[in-house]
Design a protein around this ligand. Structure first.
Ligand SMILES: Nc1nc2c(ncn2[C@@H]2O[C@H](COP(=O)(O)OP(=O)(O)OP(=O)(O)O)[C@@H](O)[C@H]2O)c(=O)[nH]1
Ligand SMILES: [Mg+2]
Length: 101
């Protein structure tokens, strides 16, 4: 269990195909969270795990992943970038007090 001061939360936002899921996979692999480098193109990404995501090679839902580096716990949210799925992306950076708006 990490102290709250040792937690870093990162949300990856960007247009579709800009490389958010691939970056997440690379971070997970580099930090040892996964023992192989997942690939969107090879349909082996652990973030794009729905069949439709694999088939179309676009994230549809936000994926949450965890890694440890330099004594910090890093929580990564890989949000979808394709405009049709902007809802799940927006939800990831709305503050709690805004959720009733
Ligand atoms: N050349 C190159 N291609 C990359 C790089 N990062 C990702 N790609 C390719 O770009 C394409 C899209 O990558 P994704 O990681 O799925 O991009 P994304 O931002 O998660 O896309 P969405 O989920 O649709 O928002 C794939 O074919 C990747 O192989 C990179 O650094 N260099
Ligand atoms: Mg993606």
């Amino acid at each position: 269990m990490a102290d709250t001061g040792d937690i870093r939360n990162i949300v990856l936002l960007g247009h579709g195909g800009s490389g958010k899921t691939s970056l997440t996979e690379a971070i997970l692999h580099k930090t040892g969270a996964t023992n192989r480098l997942g690939s969107v193109d090879e349909q082996t990404s652990i973030c794009d795990y729905y069949d439709e995501e694999k088939e179309h090679q676009h994230s549809i839902a936000s994926a949450i992943a965890h890694a440890e580096h330099g004594g910090k716990l890093i929580n990564i949210i890989d949000a979808p970038g394709y405009p049709d799925f902007i809802g799940p992306a927006i939800r990831r950076y709305r503050l709690p007090r805004q959720q009733s708006l």
